[in-house]
Design a protein around this ligand. Structure first.
Ligand SMILES: Nc1ncnc2c1ncn2[C@@H]1O[C@H](COP(=O)(O)OP(=O)(O)OP(=O)(O)O)[C@@H](O)[C@H]1O
Length: 584
């Protein structure tokens, strides 16, 4: 238990002081509580000695008053310090995790489900924020209270102090066993919580598919199962603790009875004064009151510890650019030498080499699943190559920090993501310092100024969750405006195949022409015209660069590329072989 409390304070970092202040107040609170025993002693002494005067009443009243007011003030101060400390602590940790995520290897996200990551920054952090201060407050408070009272009782009569201590030791033994039990079963509860968050996220993200295929019942079954598992784990946890809590309570009650019996025994054999005996009898059942609460709350300490470990696990992931330096490339030529890459054990890019001179354009084509997107992700270091090296301006991309590397790239994906924010801010994402006139200029170049100005709030229109209130083609043009505003020297772009009606198509082409003007361009190409006009064409199939050159050269060479073009020109369609979809 104490190791968990220590762990929590180490985790709290700079916020430790505020939380420690909470403990100090809890300590003072216990002392104020202990005053009550003193007041009781004064009254009892006066009654026994038949010396009750108004001064006895006033003195005991004053002590009780100070005890009460001091108790309330220190309790509030302790709760406030704990709450403030834990809220600020969690706010900082969440920001820290968000910042770190930008620099984590993509493999981390691949092997950790969205549910698990989301649960960590939401419900797990909530556990730390809400449960931790309550649990720590009650637990620490309970033990400090027990310690202060034990010292007081011992000061009156060491034999009674011994009985109090024996009660506490038995209590601690049961508490230890309960902690062990909690250690064994808490992970399943946390896992069930993550699974529930994951199931809900998946349901919400796939709501379109769920509706269109009328799968509401099927999809909600997964959530129902996750809820049932969560319920089972939570109830299981509570049930598992009941015997321990019962035993803890029983021990403390027996110890209280022991105090009563001891006091009477010592009084009868003449070794304890009546006043002390009476005081022991009255306070016997007050001594352990706080400790009992601490015992029941301490069952949750394990959950807090587990939550901290989950957050630390994310913080412990080494960042991709830890060894990187701020580098301004001498030029924007890109080279790949013998690069290979696997997702898990599956080889996706196999010994690929290339050279992209500054200002030239590359069209990547090939069957679906051939590795086109993966290759682009390697160039921008979303993933790290397993073998070989990629250089930008003659320097290995691993030498750069991610920020200085990615400052050189603008990316336009087919699957556009717009944030739930104004259109202006969505475009500004490419350059947060841009002025409004620069934003509009970029939007004009991306052919989206007209439709934005026609919206009720123009550039201040808030796009719905995931950009739901804007058409697919419009979203794509906004994402191009974003990339134009960034004005990076290298453009990586996945040419749109979807959402393109003829009007949109021409606007999209105009937007792309603006974006790629005078830039180094790497494009996953789908339109024949784009491919033909590229300075070089890469044909990727099964992760291998099977052809590389200009359109004329590749046509003359024959092979997969010529087959693609042949099929396209004969309007056979986009199919290659049985089911593969060629991206040309
Ligand atoms: N994050 C990932 N984890 C594991 N495997 C992946 C991941 N992303 C892609 N793959 C696999 O890697 C292979 C290459 O995928 P990639 O997306 O690079 O192909 P592509 O040529 O761009 O395909 P398409 O034209 O259909 O977009 C595929 O077999 C795919 O299933």
């Amino acid at each position: 238990m104490f190791s968990i409390i220590k762990h929590f304070f180490a985790f709290a970092g700079d916020h430790r002081k505020r939380l420690q202040l909470g403990i100090l107040y809890a300590f003072l609170n216990s002392i104020f509580h202990a005053f009550q025993i003193g007041a009781l002693y004064i009254v009892l002494m006066a009654i026994i000695n038949d010396a009750v005067t108004s001064s006895t009443a006033w003195t005991s009243f004053a002590i009780m008053f100070v005890s009460m007011v001091g108790g309330i003030v220190t309790k509030d101060a302790s709760t406030m310090a704990d709450a403030r400390g834990s809220f600020h602590l969690c706010a900082d940790k969440r920001t820290e995790i968000g910042d770190r995520m930008k620099y984590m290897p993509m493999g981390y996200f691949n092997s950790n489900s969205l549910g698990s990551i989301t649960a960590t920054v939401t419900s797990t952090m909530e556990d730390i924020q809400d449960i931790a201060p309550r649990v720590l407050d009650k637990t620490i408070h309970g033990f400090i209270h027990a310690a202060v009272i034990t010292i007081m009782i011992t000061a009156f009569d060491w034999r009674m102090g011994l009985i109090v201590i024996v009660g506490i030791l038995f209590f601690l033994l049961v508490n230890l066993l309960m902690q062990r039990k909690a250690e064994a079963i808490s992970p399943a509860r946390v896992a069930a919580q993550s699974a529930l968050v994951g199931a809900v996220l998946e349901y919400v993200q796939g709501i379109g598919v769920v509706r269109s295929f009328n799968l509401a019942r099927e999809a909600s079954k997964t959530i129902d199962r996750a809820i049932a598992e969560c319920e089972k784990q939570n109830i299981g946890l509570e049930l598992a603790f009941i015997p321990f809590m019962f035993l803890q309570s029983l021990i403390l009650k027996l110890a209280s009875v022991g105090i009563v019996a001891g006091a009477i025994f010592f009084f009868l054999n003449g070794t304890m004064e009546l006043s002390v005996t009476l005081m022991m009898l009255v306070s016997a059942f007050l001594i352990y009151s706080q400790l009992e609460t601490a015992g029941s709350m301490s069952a949750l300490l394990r959950t807090v510890d587990l939550s901290i470990k989950r957050v630390e696990a994310i913080k412990g992931i080494s960042l991709m650019d830890e060894a990187g330096r701020s580098i301004v490339p001498r030029d924007f030529a890109i080279r790949g030498e013998g690069i290979s890459f696997s997702y898990d054990r599956k080889r996706i890019i196999d010994n690929v080499s290339f050279e992209i001179p500054q200002g030239s354009s590359v069209a990547i084509v090939g069957p679906s699943g051939g590795g086109k997107t993966t290759l682009c992700n390697l160039i921008t270091r979303f993933w790290d190559v397993d073998e070989g090296a990629i250089t930008l301006g003659g320097r290995n991309i691993k030498d750069y920090t991610l920020d200085t590397l990615l400052a050189n790239f603008s990316m336009v994906f087919q699957r556009v993501y717009l944030f739930n924010d104004t259109i202006a801010n969505n475009i500004k994402f490419g350059n947060p310092d841009a002025t409004m006139s620069e934003v509009r200029e970029a939007a004009r170049k991306a052919c989206c100024d007209d439709f934005i100005m026609a919206l009720p709030d123009g550039y201040d229109t808030v796009v719905g969750e995931a950009g739901a209130t804007i058409s697919g083609g419009e979203k794509q043009r906004i994402s191009i405006a974003r990339a134009i505003l960034k004005d990076a020297p290298i453009i990586i772009l996945d040419e749109a195949t979807a959402n393109v009606d003829p009007e949109n198509e021409s606007k999209l082409q105009a937007a792309m022409t603006e974006l790629t003007k005078n830039k180094t361009v790497i494009m996953i190409a789908h339109r024949l015209k784009t491919v033909r006009n590229a300075d070089q064409i890469w044909v990727l199939s099964g992760g291998r660069m099977i052809q590389q050159g200009t359109h004329d050269r590749l046509m003359a060479e024959g092979g997969l590329y010529a087959d693609f073009i042949g099929m396209r020109e004969k309007s056979i369609g986009w199919k290659l072989g049985q089911l593969e979809t060629a991206s040309v």
